[in-house]
Design a binder for this molecule. Sequence first.
Ligand SMILES: [Zn+2]
Length: 255
Amino acid sequence: MLFDTHAHLNDTQYNEDLEEVIERAQTEGVSEMVIVGFDRPTIQRAMELVERYDFMFACVGWHPVDAIDMTDEDLTWIEELTSHPKVVAIGEMGLDYHWDKSPKDVQKEVFRRQIRLAKKVKLPIVIHNREATADIVEILKEEKAEEVGGIMHCFSGSPEVAKECVNMNFYISLGGPVTFKNAKKPKEVAAEIPLEKLLIETDCPYLAPHPYRGKRNEPGYVKLVAEQIAEIKGLTFEEVAEATTQNAKKLFGIK
Ligand SMILES: [Zn+2]
């Protein structure tokens, strides 16, 4: 069975056909998924979904692109939600230097505050990194994030950075890009990082794997990610599915 560790089924793109998307995921063997909320509306919707579906769990936090909008009340609300039994992680948080809506210093402060919250409530963190690797690694070290660990979500960096993150108690999560023909680094990471530190995800509706690249992504496509990792590592699909699902359950504390 497959565990999609990063899905945004709370996105409005699924308003029309959510039930069909979920049915296809189950047909493909997806047994669990984590729904990620990163602002007021998406967190609210993630909580509604995890109340309704027993195989869904929630990750709640504040996205770095919108860091400038986060208020003290928002962070207090996120802290309150962490006492819900189906909230299994905090995020996605991190740094995104591709967009300039939020200044870097604001992003860094919002990132640090969420790491401190995660350590307080003892939940793992889910990291969003876009063009900000050096600063992310520095902040994770300074804040001693290894105490809670977590996930480098949709990891696109080098095997060297991946190993550094593994040494800080983080899992490396691979998504659709590992299936792209020209994606050299994700394939190297899949080859070099041991299976017991790998997770799989879709990040749907974004980053659909080959041959759906450019289309709306959905949790059922996580099977293609597992198949690609199996091929790269010379393992069976079942071995990759089993190991990545056990890794996710261990990290999120799901029985
Ligand atoms: Zn995401």
